[in-house]
Ligand binder design. Sequence first.
Ligand code: ARG
Length: 583
Amino acid sequence: MKSYEVIWDAINLAVLDTLPPDTKFSLSKPKNLSFGDYSTNAALLIGNLLEENPMSIAEGLKKNFLENYLSNVARIEVVKPGFINFFLSDSVLQDVALDAFNNPYTFCGNVIVDSRTHIVEFSSPNIAKPFTIGHLRSTIIGNSIASILLHLGYKVVKDNHLGDWGTQFGKMIVAIKKWGDEEQISNSENPVKELVALYQKFHAESTAEMGVVDDTNPQLTEEDEPEKGTSPLLDEAREWFVKLEKGDLEARRIWKICVDLSMREFSKIYERLCVSFDTFWGESMFENKMDVVLQELKDKNLVRESKGALMVFFEDKTKLDPLMVLKKDGGTLYATRDLATDRYRKEFYGKNIVIINEVGKEQASYFKQIFKVEELLGYFEKGQRIHVKHGLYKFPDGKMSTRKGNVIWLADVLDEAVKGARALSGGNLGDSDIEKIGIGAIKFYDLYRDCEGDVLFSWENILNMEGDTGPYVQYTAVRINSLLEKARTQEMVPYEIVLGKSEQDIARIIEGFPVVIMKAANEYAPHHLASYLIDLARTYNSYYANTKIIQERNQAGLFVSQATANVLTLGLKLLGIEVPSKM
Ligand code: ARG
C-alpha cells in the first residue's frame, strides 16, 4: 500500500464514529515541505461539528495515530488552527525512490482493478472542414486522459467520433458539383483547403441569394441553427442530403471522396501528434441505427411533434431547452446520432461502461440534454456519462470560423511551433528532436492549464525554456540523461544507496506521483500531472545547481537523478510528450 493510502485509512478509521459518513476531509500534499508530506483538516471538521477546540482534537488524533497505526510516519505535528501534518519515515522515502528507480515504465502502474470499460472519445474533427485548434485541444487532452487511465490499469477504448454525416454534406455535394473539379481536388497538396473554399463559396452564394447578412452564431452546429429562410441553393442542398441518407449512389460517391481526402489529411496530423485510436466510429456509422432510438423515444412518450419536427421537451426544473431529434423534412441531427452512438456502445461493450466525451465547453448544455435523454431512456446510471470540457484557444486576432474565411490551419500552427523550436536549438539538433520539442511545447502548454479555462495563445510562453513549459521539463530530463551518460564514462553506475537530506526532498516529491496521477484520472484532469512535473523539475534543478554529483562521486545523487529522470519521462509520456535525445 502507498504511504498516503495508509495515512488515509488511518484517518478514516480514527474519525469513523465522529464524522457523518459523507464528510470529505482532505489529505493534501503541501507544497511547502515544512508542513510535512501530508496534511489533513480532519480535526478542524470534527471541531466544527462538535463545537470543540480543534487543537485538542488534533492532539487526540495524533496520539491515537502514533499508538495504533502509523509505522511509516516518522513524526506528526499539530499546527494551528488544528491541522495535522505527517512526516514520512526515511524508509518510506528510500523505498519510493527505489521503486521509481527500478520501474521506469511501470511506476505506479496497474494499480486499479476495475471491470468497467472506459470509452474515451476525443478529437472527432469534421470531414471536409478544418482540423481546428478546438479539435487539437480535444486530441491532446483526450489522448492524455486515455494514457493515464491505461497506465493505472483501466480498460480503455479510444474512439474518434468523426463528424462525417449531416446536412453540411448536402451543401458540399452541391458545391462540388457546381464549382469543383474532383480530379484537381484529389491531386491537390491540401485537399481539405479546397473543400473548405468550396464550402465557403456555397455559403457566400446562398447568403447572397437570400439577401441576408451572415450573423450566424458560430457556436451552434449548423443543423441546430434556426432556418434563415430559403434559397434555391439551400433547397438543392437539403435535397442532396436527403438523397445521401436514402443511399443515392452519386451522393454517396461524392461523400466518400470527402471522407477519404479528409482522412488522408487527418492521419498526417495524428501521426505527427503520435496519437492513435482503437475505433473510428464516426457519425455516419450510426446512420442506420437511429430508427430504434426514435422508436424508443416514442414508446416512452418522450417526444412530441412541434412545427413538423420531433422534439424532446424537458421538465421545467431541469432548465434545459427542448432537443430536436428529427427535422420536419425527415432529416436526422447531430443529437439523434449521438443517442444512437451511445445506445450502440452499450450494446457492443455491455452495460458496464463509462463514456467520456472530450468536447469543447460550448457544447456543455447540449451534452446535458443528451445525458438527460439517455437517463430518461434508461440507458445509463449516474456517473456513466461524462463530458470533459475544454475552453477556447484565444488568438490575439480573434476567433476562427469555417464559413467566414479566417481559419487558422492546424498544420501551420504545428509548423510554426517546430520553427520556434529550431530557432531555440541554435542549429545543434536533429529534425526528430526539434519536432519533439515543438510539438511537446504545444501539448504541454495546453495540458498545464485546467482544461476548462480559455487559453491565450502566445509563442513566447509556449517555447520559454525557463517558464513552466514542456521544453523546461524536457530539458531537465535531457540534462539528467547526459549526467548519467557522463557518469558512465567515469565508471560511475547508479545503484541504490541511502539518501541524504537533500536527496530525500526529491524523493518526497516522487512519493507524490501516485496521488497526482490518481487525481488526474479521477478528475479527468491531466493538468495535475503537468504541474507536478514542473514541481519535480524545479526541485531537481535547484538540487542539481547546488551539488557536484560527478566531481564528488555522489552516489545518492546519481541514484535520485535516475529516479527523477524516470518519473519525468514517464509523466511526459502520459501527457503524450517525448524526451529528445539532446537539447
Ligand atoms: N464533430 C464534433 C464537432 O466538431 C465533435 C463531436 C463530439 N462528440 C460527440 N459525441 N458529439 O463539433
